[in-house]
Each structure stands twice: as structure tokens, then as C-alpha cells.
Design a protein around this ligand. Sequence first.
Ligand code: NAG
Ligand code: NAG
Ligand code: NAG
Length: 385
Amino acid sequence: MGYFRLRFSNFALVVVLIFCFTKVQADPKVFNVKDYGAVEGGQIDINEALLKAWNASCKYTGQAQLEIPKGDYLVKPIVLVGECNGPVVFLNKGTLKAPVGLQGLSAWLTFQYINGLTVHGGGSFDGSGPPQHAAPNLPALLKFNFVTSLTVKNVRLVNSMSTHLDLFACNNTKVTRIGISSPGDSPNTDGIKMGVVRGVTIADTTIASGDDCVAILTGSMDVTVTRVQCGPGHGISIGSLGGSPNELVRNITVSNCDFMDTMNGVRIKTKATGNPGLVSDVQFQDLTMHGADNPILIEQNYCPSKTCGPGDSKVEIKSVKYSNIKGTSKVANAVRLECSASNPCEDIELKDIDLAMEGGQGATIATCSNVKVRALGTQIPKACI
Ligand SMILES: *[C@@H]1O[C@H](CO)[C@@H](O)[C@H](O)[C@H]1NC(C)=O
Ligand SMILES: *[C@@H]1O[C@H](CO)[C@@H](O)[C@H](O)[C@H]1NC(C)=O
Ligand SMILES: *[C@@H]1O[C@H](CO)[C@@H](O)[C@H](O)[C@H]1NC(C)=O
């Protein structure tokens, strides 16, 4: 009897605990923008309602959920600021649309100084772009500044005037199952751009845009990009570095990605400005190229505006491993490792590379300067050593 009672009370305790736990988990406080006066239809902007709902969500001590119901909503440029008293979910089930022709600002929707933010809901963020031509200060679609523990999942980012998702000074970020799309010929429309970030995972995402699918800029550390389909676009790039002294990118892994008709596959670019800097501990593995222009590229004399100093890049590139990179190249020169004479690339490994010409016309080649390559396994094209 005593035994039974003990067993029973343990069981009851577990039931109570599970109940409490699921209750806490499943019970966010909802702040619906319609309750704050948002009107759907896309004619009247909902900025005031959105700000009020944001303020209320941000003030709430506990799990808050700002909700955008199904429907089209016009939103003028807006900044949603913390610090908040608890974690906030931004649940977008509708389509938030920017006014046409925005210019002269850094972003359309900005989130900043927030600890614990989740953006999801199956809806869309539409920048009403793309721009007809490149212009200075065209806004990013979504910008996150100083946001810690950020998750962006299950939303679509479309028609941006510039970068679709811009991460600056964010720690601990997860971007999963999002779709990014803008036309391949829209200027400067990076998919995801990041700088000064620690701990970023981008996974299970499709990116089609007119610039880099993912751009990893200075100050980025501990970044994983996996199961991303890129294209059209300019590929996945690190840099450019060297614009300012001591720029650094470290511990980057790009794996299991597909590149569809991209201008580059994986690229590291540094400028010949005379500024020292460092790119180290980079793994590119299990990547498939479907007609990329430059599948494997290190470009240490990158100089888009011809404003570089004399001499070559002082940015060091070391410990970069390429493994199991296969598929097709649009150009014969499928592997190009152009390193700096004053700062040769160090500890570069090519393992199991199999890159053929698209359509089977002729053979691919590899070219190198100022680099010692460690070649392992299959090497098509034949590695330059
Ligand atoms: C939201 O909060 C900010 C900062 O506290 C305040 O300046 C602003 O007036 C509030 N906006 C609305 C619409 O309540
Ligand atoms: C991110 O982490 C770094 C290193 O721990 C820290 O210096 C920085 O202040 C953090 N950034 C934010 C926005 O919390
Ligand atoms: C490198 O980054 C990954 C996340 O992408 C992290 O798990 C790992 O601990 C980092 N390694 C080092 C040596 O910091």
C-alpha cells in the first residue's frame, strides 16, 4: 500500500510538472495588431498600430507574441527597439509590404537592442523592389542590430531594394527554412549579409537574388551555412576584407549547399589596400555546382572601384579546406586561387574535387599564385601545387 501510494504520488507529481511546463510553453500573451487599429488591404499604413503592439509586447514580462493576421498590410519604414522585458515572438501570417521607391535609408524594417526574438509565421516581407538600378542608400528589407538569441524561420523575404536580411552585431542567430527571392538581375540584392556576428546558423533555406546569396563580412565568427540552395546569385562569399585595418573572419563552415547558375561558387575576396587582416579556419564541404562561373575562388586583389593602393593585399588567408566539391563549371578555370605575393595563403587543402565543364565541352583547369596547396583524393581539374 505504501509502495503504491509512493508510486502514485510520483506519477501525480510528474503529471502536474508536465502540465505546468506545457502551460508555460504554450501560453504566450498575444498582441494582435488589429486590436491596435491595423487595417488590412495595403492602402493605409499600419505603422502606428504596429508600434503600439510592439511597445506592449516589449513591455510584457513573459513570453509576448505580436501577431500580424492573414492579409496585406502597408508598412512605412519602421524601427522596433528593445530592451524588452521578456522574449518576443513576431508572428507574421500576412504580407507586410513596403511603399514603392524607398531610398536614402539603411533599412525598411529594423529590429534593435533585443534579447530573445523569434520572427516566423509563414507570412511574407515584401520590399516592393527590386530597384531599377543601383543607387546609394537603398534600404535592406529586414535589419537586425544588436539582437541576441534571434531566430528567423518559416517566412518569405521578397523583392528587396537591397540586402534581404542584414545581421549586424548579433550573437546566437538561427535562420532556418526561409525563402528569399528577387530577380537575378536586381543590383546589390544580397540574400543574407552579416558583420560583427558570433554564432550564426543558416540552414534549409532557398536564396535567389541579384548579388551574394550569403555574404560574410568582417567580424563574423562561428558561422555555419548548411543545406542552402543558392541561385540565381553571386554565390557564397567571405569578404571583402581589407577595407579597414585588422578586419577578421574566423571559423566558417559552408556545407551541403547547391549552387544553381551562380556567378561564383564559394569565394574569399580581399582588397589590395595595405590594411592587415585575417581570414582563418574555413571549411567548404559537400557542395554541388550546377553551372557556376567560378566554383572555387580566392581573389586577393579584388578591386571593384579601382581605388586600391599600390602593392598587394596584406590580409592573411589561412587554414581553408575544400572537400567534396563537385558538379559543373561554366568557365574552364574552375579552381582559381589567387593569393597575395607579400602574404601567401597558408594551409590550403583541396580534397575530392570533381568539377567538369558544363555541357562537357573541354576540360577544366586550376590556377594558383602564391599558395601551396595540399591535394588529397580526386583532383579534377588537376590541382596546381
Ligand atoms: C512606443 O514606445 C516608444 C519608446 O518608449 C515611444 O517613444 C513611442 O511614442 C511609443 N509609440 C507608440 C505608438 O505607443
Ligand atoms: C556578443 O558577444 C561578444 C563576445 O562575448 C560581446 O563582446 C558582445 O558584446 C556581444 N554582443 C551583444 C550584442 O550582446
Ligand atoms: C566554430 O563554430 C561552430 C559553430 O559554427 C562552433 O560550434 C564551434 O565551437 C566553433 N569552433 C571554435 C574552435 O570556436
